[in-house]
Design a protein around this ligand. Sequence first.
Ligand SMILES: [Zn+2]
Length: 256
Amino acid sequence: MNDAVVPVLLYHSVSDSPQARADPWAVRVRDFREDMEQVVASGRRPLTAREFAGHLLREDPPADPVVLVTFDDGFADYLDVVTPIVADLGIVTTLFVTTGFIGEKGMLSRRGVQEVGASGTAEVGAHSVTHPHLDVVDGARCRDEIRRSKESLEDLLGEAVPSFAYPHGSHRAAVKAQVAAAGFATAHAVKNRLSHTSDDVLAIARFTVQGRSSRAEVAAVTRGAGRPIASRDQSMATRVFRVVRGVRHRIVGGQL
Ligand SMILES: [Zn+2]
């Protein structure tokens, strides 16, 4: 199979007066709009995490070039600032929410998360409860962080939450196995590399846009250049997961 490059952009806060916890990842509003205009100009079709995972798991690559725009943590500016811009430009996104941060100062409220879920422009995914490095916490805590974030978002949204993002991008085989066991279909890592149509569905490569990133750099990544392509080696855990998941998909006609 010929692998196509898939840029996956990762943002946190989009604000002209970012709070301290968003530093150094907060991107200015004007810069973000310019990045999104480059997404449109790239001619790539935006997909949600769930949609991209569906292509990977079915081994049915998208027919046209695609791009993903993702957000971690659940900052309140997602609703006030990001939603109007992406809705205006017709870009679908994925927002990975840290459930323990919901309702904190500067973060989305429960109602805000529901609004994002109902907006039609975003998939809501999980990002743990308290945002630890999951590769260093003990197994029971890791399991709890992954499962409880899924359950509480599913309660809040009234629908399945199939996508996860590792806090800090931290993952290893045992963490990936916990994510699969919790029922997630896909998980996003960081890596600062370009993803592709044979990427590890449990460790999707993303490029972190920081406050200091240049527009030219982000535009190059959006076009599928400027960064190395993520490894094509998939771990044994992911290969087994793909087979099991694929069989289940064919048997029960599971939807992604
Ligand atoms: Zn995060």
